[in-house]
Structure formats: C-alpha cells, structure tokens
Design a protein around this ligand. Structure first.
Ligand code: TRP
Ligand code: ZN
Length: 474
C-alpha cells in the first residue's frame, strides 16, 4: 500500500484519523475491550513541519544508523548497506523512511525480506510480522547508483555534491536522504557509524572519531563513529584529497582537520584558531558537547556555504576566522541543541552569529555593540526590506537569508541589555545544558529567559521575534 503524500495543513487531520481508526483490516488482534491487544496503524509519513512537509516520519524512534559503502568519484557510483536500529512508538503495520537516493536492491526488517514502495522522498515499508509498541527493530537497506543532489527553496544545493576529487556531503535542511534512508528531522536524533571505502589516495572524513583506516587492493576504508546523538541534517562523509592534521585542544579535546591542499593557505589563520575558539566558547557557553572537534575544508564552488556538520564543520571554500567561529559555535547551538521546527532556525543562526560577534571582540576586533550598531545590523534604515521578515517564521526561502543570522544576533544582544550580563550568560549556558543533545523551540527560549530574569518579556520578544519592522523600543 502506498500512502498518499501528505502536505501542509491536511497533514495533522489525516494523521489523527490514521492513528485513531486505522486498525489493520480484518485483524483479529484488536479485540474490542481488551486494552492490551495491539492496535496496528501506519506511522505518519511526516512529522508535520510546515517548511518541509515530507520531512521526518512518525511511529518510531531511530537509535542508530550504520552506513557501510563504497564510492568511486570516477563513476560517481555508490554501493551501500544502511542498517537502521529503531524502536516502535506504537503498534505499527507500516512506517516510512525519507530516501532520495539510488535504486534499492533489497530491504529487510529483522531479517525478513520486504516489499516496499517509493513515492517522492517517502520509502514505505510494511513490516511482517508487524511491530508492537516499544519493540526494537532493525531495517537493512541495500542500494547502489548515483546519490542524489537536492535543490533547496532558496535555490542552493545540498545532498551528495560531486567535486573534482570526491564529494562534498551536506544535509541542511533536507539533503541527507539523498544518500542515507533516514527519519530526516532534527527531533529524532541517533548515533551514527560510517564505514566508507574510497580509492587509495582519497580520504573520507565523517562526523565523530576515526576508529580505523586500512588500505587494501587500491582502496582505503575509513570507519567514523559518532558517539553522541546527532540530527540527520548534521551528518557528513565528505570525500577528497585532503591534508590531515591531528592535535588536541589545551583542554584535551581531539582535533581532526582535513584541508584540500588548494585551500591550505587561505584557511591557515582559521585552522590555527580552532583550539582557542573551542576553549573560549566552552568558558562562555559551558562544556563542549562532543568527544572531538575539527573541520573539513574542501573545494565545492557550486555550494558556496559552510555547514556546522557535527564535530567537524565543512567548508565549500577556504575558511575565514569569522566563519570558523560561527560553525564551531553551532556545535553548542544547532548541533547539541537543535531546532524543534525549521521555523526556529534563528535559534541556530542568531546564536552562532552572536558567538561570532563575541569572538571578534575577544580577538581584539570590533566590540559586540559596535557590530550590533553597524550598517549591516541595527544601523539599517527603517525602510530597508531587511526589517520586513518575521524572525520567528522567516519561511523556507529566507531561512538562510541574513534575517535569522543578523536579526537573530541583534535579538540576543538586545536581550543582554534587557536582563544584564550575568542573567544573559546564565540563560545561554542553561539553554545549552538543559537541551543538550536534544531539541528545543522558540517558546522554550522565551520561557527560560523569563524564568532566569524574573521579568515579563512578552513585549520584548513580541517586538524582536514576532513583529515585522525595525524595533525601536523594547
Ligand atoms: N547553516 C549554515 C551556516 O550557517 C548555512 C546553510 C546551511 C545554508 N544550509 C544552507 C546556507 C543552504 C544557504 C543555503 O553555517
Ligand atoms: Zn550558521
């Protein structure tokens, strides 16, 4: 059975109906009056995020993704086995994964081969035997071919982006299903392991720690292990010719930096400051949330942006000091604390931008209040179109425009003025600690700010987050 693709407002209603009444037809399992009897229904085809209505799925929770694959840049062909370990959240006779990758040759659930259907990004699975609430299950998907390249609402590209020496792999906000079947929404984090086999001479760099690297018969296999939960959009396994440097920060965190030889000169200053950035942010925001750090600096000119891939941000060109600070700050805000809905994107971009302003000041550059007042920020004329977008709901086309970044950072600076330095930094640290390795929404941030400050901040946040126009009083 193929379930229809559900869109927008219709989704919530249809999902409710499905949960309430879609007992398997003719099933003897659901004896009326027996509360313990299973009541099977289909997991929702989406989590209902209005910016990306097909993203994510309901009915189960993923614990771990294991992807074992080979990739040859000469042919652009991948051959992969993905093993997904999950738990059923209700009695399931069907569930979906998000997948926009190449042809699937087989799919099993707990070792039983299964039919499946594909419709857009929905990979629909009907497990038999059916799955009961709380049951752990394992899905194995084998596939081969050319991984996907995805175009975003703003016209930028993501997913599996071929480069002249490998592939640049980024997934925010919807690129990871291009190469990995996933429950692709930040509300379902999991641990990851990548085993990547690439032609000898190339390096595959993934999130987390390198467990092993072995060359045999002209191919090198890299095993990367992410031991802390990660949102699927933060996954990478970027492949190319890299110069690799391994070190540790003064506080003992392992650092793995891979740089395309053509980007070494242009990125040297940013790379040199990674340990200092991690230590500055740790003392300001609280302990670094992961077991290792680093960076991947590649050449992917058609991408044109960097991404805060967990433990190792990835750069499509040479890395500036400011962008490096921004991407490393995301490790606290965005990666460890992820947005509950994509409309909350200012919680990522505003925080990382504010951290970048702070690092500039710490480094002897412009003060945070000078940056706040500059012509790219509060100094913009009230008539500027910049002020015409609502920060708490910029829309999918503007989620990576300068609104979430600059108005977001300005909002934090204005909050700092409102509640004072001590309370402000307590709020930032508590935000990182109380939602560590999880996700949170704008309403949670407002509640925390009011609780920590003892102030009624409704009017403040209304002006900065929910109204258009240049704030004048707050
Ligand atoms: N989150 C990234 C950063 O701020 C930027 C980013 C991710 C992006 N995906 C994008 C920018 C798509 C433009 C288009 O570092
Ligand atoms: Zn960012």
């Amino acid at each position: 059975m193929t379930i229809p693709r559900l869109r927008g407002a219709a989704l919530a209603t249809v999902t409710l109906v499905a949960v309430g009444s879609m007992v398997a037809p003719g099933s003897a399992d659901a004896a009326p009056g027996d509360p313990a009897a299973p009541r099977y229904s289909a997991g929702a085809a989406s989590v209902g995020d209005p910016y990306f209505p097909d993203e994510g799925n309901g009915g189960y929770d993923v614990q771990h993704y294991d992807l074992n694959f080979s990739y040859d840049p000469a042919t652009r062909l991948m051959a992969a086995t993905a093993t997904i370990t999950a738990t059923a959240m209700h009695d399931l006779d069907q569930f979906n994964l998000d997948f926009r990758g190449p042809e699937i040759s087989s799919l099993t659930v707990d070792g039983h081969a299964h039919d499946f259907t594909r419709d857009g990004q929905e990979l629909v699975v009907t497990p038999r035997p059916k799955l009961k609430t709380g049951q752990a299950f394992t899905v194995v998907v084998r596939y081969a071919g050319v991984p996907g390249l995805i175009t975003d609402p703003d016209g930028s590209i993501e997913g599996w982006v071929p480069t002249d020496d490998g592939a640049f792999v980024v997934g925010e906000p919807q690129g990871t299903p291009a190469w990995l079947p996933a429950n692709d929404h930040p509300t379902d984090k999991a641990t990851f392991r990548f085993t990547a086999k690439v032609p000898e001479g190339l390096t595959a760099v993934g999130n987390g720690q390198l467990l092993s690297q072995q060359t045999r018969d002209g191919w090198t296999t890299f095993i990367w292990d992410s031991t802390e939960p990660m949102a699927s959009y933060l996954a990478t396994i970027t492949i190319g010719k890299f110069e690799v440097t391994e070190s540790t920060t003064p506080s003992g965190i392992p650092v793995y930096v891979a740089v395309d030889p053509r980007q070494v000169a242009g990125s040297a200053a940013a790379v040199a400051q990674i340990p200092r950035m991690i230590d500055f942010f740790s003392s300001t925001f609280g302990p670094y949330p992961f077991a290792s750090t680093g960076a991947i600096i590649d050449r992917a000119p058609d991408v044109g942006y960097a991404l805060e891939t967990q433990t190792k941000p990835v750069f499509s060109g040479s890395a500036s000091v400011g962008t490096m600070a921004h991407e490393l700050a995301h490790q606290w805000y965005g990666d460890s604390v992820s947005p509950e809905r994509w409309s909350d994107i200012w919680l990522n971009e505003g925080f990382a931008t504010y951290a970048q302003w702070m690092y500039t000041e710490y480094n002897g550059g412009a003060s945070v209040s000078q940056t706040f007042n500059s012509s790219s920020n509060y100094g913009r004329a009230p008539s500027s179109s910049f002020w015409q977008i609502v920060l708490a709901d910029p829309g999918p086309e503007d989620m990576f425009s300068n609104i979430p970044y600059n108005r977001g950072a300005m909002t934090l600076h204005a909050l700092r003025g409102k509640v004072g330095d001590d309370t402000f930094f307590r709020i930032l640290r508590e935000w990182a600690s109380s939602h560590r390795h999880s996700h949170a929404a704008t309403a949670d941030f407002i509640a925390l700010s009011e609780r920590a400050s003892g102030q009624d901040l409704k009017a403040f946040f209304d002006v900065w987050l929910f109204q258009k126009g240049k704030p004048t009083t707050w």
